[in-house]
Write a protein that binds this ligand. Structure first.
Ligand code: NDP
Length: 299
């Protein structure tokens, strides 16, 4: 069997075109364009690339972007002060703080990441990291959906992959990907996306016993581990759908958490790295920024 390749890049472009059209309608109705403010502390090269990509994507969609570069030794007080200014600025629709924040080894001031993320106004929290937005998601009445799992929901939906009644194994339990992904797929109704609820979900992690067996029981296997090609062909059930969230740099190559060729030989569908889940994450950030602007306009 050669698996169908789920083209996240093409679907992300389609979603971005839809958002561009909706932004145009929003502005034509007399509103100021949505605006995303990104705070980047320090000069981590990977973070600079991510922030630049987000800025470019905003511009293409007609969303204004504001990049706030702060020095590596920014103090907690300075960073919280800047977030408070952006919270209070009515021209700013969405705020994101690019992670990771610099560690002390990198010259950082020992910033408390949790306190920083908690300080973002939940109504502007386009990454959906604040406890308010996490709580609303947990209760099945989300406001913002976290971008990477929401991108995966969109991918499954737009590729006609049904989740209801399916066994989904999510490997990785981070607050950013694994945990919200599991919660979104287990919802009773379509609150987190059309036709993508009612899955039976197993959330696996580094202490999971018999990981190979657990993964082999999945109809849909989602890998968000951060370990290059950890998911091998023998961990995949014949005909399963495999979604690879991992982005790992190995030499000058980017590889996922799944051994792609081995997966292609047994799965019914797979996502490539790059060009799979990554582009969808940015598309859903644009979606959240537009939603934030719309809610603020209605308030
Ligand atoms: P984290 O490092 O925060 O979490 C990794 C998770 O994997 C943890 O829950 C950990 O378990 C689990 N894990 C680690 N080793 C094993 C193992 N041997 N067996 C089973 N589980 C294991 O990572 P993130 O969730 O932030 O990111 C995961 C990957 O996704 C990374 O490659 C990252 O670059 C990528 N990513 C991609 C995005 C995209 O847009 N495509 C967006 C965000 C992330 P435990 O909790 O027990 O430690």
């Amino acid at each position: 069997m050669t698996a169908r390749r789920l083209d996240g890049k093409a679907i992300a472009l389609q979603i971005r075109a839809e958002i561009t059209e909706q932004v145009g309608q929003f502005v034509a109705a007399g509103h100021a364009p949505p605006k995303l403010a990104a705070i980047l502390v320090g000069d981590d090269p990977a973070s600079q690339v991510y922030v630049r990509n987000k800025e470019r994507a905003c511009q293409k969609a007609g969303i204004e972007s504001l990049l706030d570069r702060m020095p590596v030794d920014t103090t907690q007080e300075q960073l919280l002060g800047r977030i408070a200014e952006l919270n209070a600025d009515p021209s700013v629709s969405g705020i994101l703080v690019q992670l990771p924040l610099p560690s002390k080894d990198q010259g950082g001031a020992g910033l408390d990441e949790r306190a920083v993320l908690d300080a973002v106004d939940p109504g502007k929290d386009v990454d959906a990291f604040s406890p308010v937005n996490v709580g609303l998601l947990m209760q099945g009445r989300p406001r913002f959906l976290p971008c990477t799992p929401h991108g995966i929901i969109q991918l499954l939906h737009r590729c006609d992959i049904e989740t209801s009644g399916k066994h989904v194994v999510v490997v990785g339990r981070s607050d950013i990907v694994g945990k919200p992904m599991a919660m979104m797929l287990a919802q009773k109704d379509g609150s987190c996306g059309p036709r993508t609820a009612n899955a039976t979900v197993t959330l696996a992690h580094s202490r999971t016993a018999n990981l190979t067996e657990v993964c082999r029981s999945a109809d849909i296997l989602i890998a968000a581990v951060g370990r290059p090609e950890m998911i091998r062909g023998d961990m995949i059930r014949e005909g399963a759908v495999v979604i690879d969230v991992g982005i790992n740099r190995v030499g000058d190559r980017l590889v996922g958490d799944v051994a792609f060729e081995e997966a292609e030989a047994v799965a019914s569908a797979t996502t490539p790295v790059p060009g799979g889940v990554g582009p969808l994450t940015i598309a859903m950030l644009l979606h959240n920024t537009l939603m934030a602007a719309k809610w603020q306009a209605e308030a």
